[in-house]
Unconditional design. Structure first.
Length: 133
């Protein structure tokens, strides 16, 4: 993936990392260098899966079926963590709001989304440092 120094490149990287997880890819690599600065949007794409809140919480390790009405515009990835928490990543790949009917299975309760921020007009990734109670 190129353009990891831009928010659009970071969204593309997060999308491909989600696809890798969903398809159970064993290994992947980033060709070239990745500036490890926390301000680099490409780093945030990896942080979403490996340490999304800065407290060591990670995206789940057991893939869960998640769907979108329009996967070209909206990607949805879901996985269950070791503690049974359902983690869901929703990527709006457009510059505008999207009406969709996302779903993730299995879940016995409604999803309770926590908005980290919008990609519209962003030049840096949003912060998701607060933990839900």
């Amino acid at each position: 993936m190129g353009a990891l120094d831009s928010i659009t490149g970071a969204i593309a990287q997060a999308d491909i990392l989600g696809i890798f997880g969903r398809e159970q890819l064993d290994y992947g690599t980033v060709w070239g260098s990745l500036n490890p600065s926390p301000a680099n949007p490409g780093v945030f794409a990896f942080k979403i899966f490996l340490n999304y809140d800065g407290n060591g919480d990670q995206f789940g390790g057991t893939s869960v079926s998640a769907t979108s009405d329009n996967p070209d515009a909206l990607s949805i990835f879901a996985a269950q963590r070791y503690d049974s928490a359902l983690t869901v990543l929703v990527l709006n790949k457009t510059a505008s709001a999207i009406a969709d009917s996302p779903s993730a299975y299995p879940t016995s309760r409604p999803l309770e989304p926590r908005r980290c921020g919008s990609t519209a007009a962003r030049t840096s990734p949003p912060s998701c440092a607060s933990r839900p109670t």
